[in-house]
Design a protein around this ligand. Structure first.
Ligand code: DER
Length: 252
């Protein structure tokens, strides 16, 4: 119960501090913490009739609609529209606000929406905060084209992944889980990743399969067949610099 209370408290703080009262476009993430974000938005009591909420997957869209808010799919958002803000959860957050995301299999649309927002607000209770990513959460979720999955597994092992697997459905006889894009998810365990300040302090990225966050993210992203990687770091959304900070990310 205290975990749920912590999620609710983080969500209330995030909305109180970062939901613009005149918001017109708001990104809504996936998972369980985001449920409390929508609850907190409703509790603000502001007029949301002119506000459009952009989901990051089926569960996110159902959450918006069930809350009586107006959902507009990412591909229906008018070209060039910059979202006022995007809220989402994370599986783990490090000292430099890098995030592991994808535990809920929605990482691709979550990244699309986050990148389209002035400010990306990561809502995470204290369990998620670690000095380095993969300290507590053990793997990087990666969305891959089904036909390329086994080749991607081999390439990930070359980068030092430890027994990466294709994520199966809960009922394994149904085979691999399919994302909203019809892709597979590969879950790739790696040793804890270095932060930029670790590297500045002289720690060597890539040695013994210990990578700096951005470097590993880019290497994985460059493997043919990878659609996207569940590492959110240094998001440079359209107006992120205007929001100040790296990608405007704020853990709360
Ligand atoms: O899949 C994701 O990235 C989700 O945001 C996520 O895993 C966070 O979920 P939680 O709020 O239920 O912990």
């Amino acid at each position: 119960a205290d975990v749920e209370a912590a999620k609710r408290a983080a969500a209330k703080t995030a909305v109180a501090n970062h939901y613009p009262k005149d918001a017109r476009w708001v990104g809504i993430g996936s998972g369980t913490t985001i449920v409390y974000v929508v609850e907190a938005i409703k509790a603000l009591g502001v007029d949301t009739s002119a506000t459009r909420y952009v989901p990051t997957g089926y569960q996110s869209r159902q959450l918006i609609v069930t809350a009586g808010l107006t959902a507009v799919e990412f591909d229906a958002v008018p070209a060039g529209t910059v979202l006022d803000v995007a809220f989402d959860g994370a599986d783990e957050v490090d000292d430099e606000l890098n995030c592991i995301k994808g535990g809920g299999a929605c990482l691709f649309q979550e990244k699309l929406v986050a990148m389209q927002a002035k400010e990306f607000i990561c809502v995470a209770d204290s369990r998620k905060l670690q000095s380095r990513l993969l300290s507590s959460w053990k793997y990087i979720p990666i969305e891959v084209a089904p036909i390329a999955a086994f080749r991607v597994l081999r390439k990930l092992k070359e980068l030092g992944a430890i027994d990466p697997v294709v994520r199966q459905n809960m009922d394994a006889k149904e085979g691999p889980l399919k994302t909203d894009q019809g892709f597979f998810l590969v879950d790739a365990p790696f040793p804890p990743m270095l932060t930029k300040s670790d590297v500045q302090a002289g720690k060597v990225s890539g040695k013994d399969s210990v990578w700096e966050v951005n470097e590993l993210s880019e290497k994985i992203k460059s493997i043919a067949g990878v659609l996207d990687v569940g590492i959110f770091s240094g998001l440079t959304g359209p107006q992120a610099t205007a929001a100040g900070g790296v990608g405007g990310q704020r853990p709360v």
